[in-house]
Write a protein of this length. Structure first.
Length: 85
């Protein structure tokens, strides 16, 4: 499966109020070569909101925010290196 497939599955979990399954799929993605996207996280967050799992919502949001911040930092460092050469 690719990221599109996982995102479709997580979205289906959201629509069917299966927040536990959505979190499981997100974990599988984390332990494979696939990096969850914003779509992956947003669908999992929405599934947790539907299941009133507020602690999970906050944890996912925090993880997504930290991941995006570190990716932006690495990109900016790469750009600085490229310009310095």
């Amino acid at each position: 499966p690719n990221i599109i497939t996982y995102n479709a599955f997580i979205s289906a979990c959201e629509r069917n109020q299966q927040w536990r399954h959505a979190l499981s799929l997100l974990e599988v993605m984390r332990y494979t070569a696939l990096q969850p996207s914003a779509v992956s996280y947003n669908s999992a967050i929405a599934a947790c909101v539907g299941g009133w799992q507020w602690a999970q919502v906050l944890a996912l949001w925090s993880h997504m925010h930290d991941r995006e911040a570190s990716m932006a930092f690495m990109q900016s460092q790469g750009e600085l290196l490229a310009h310095s050469q």
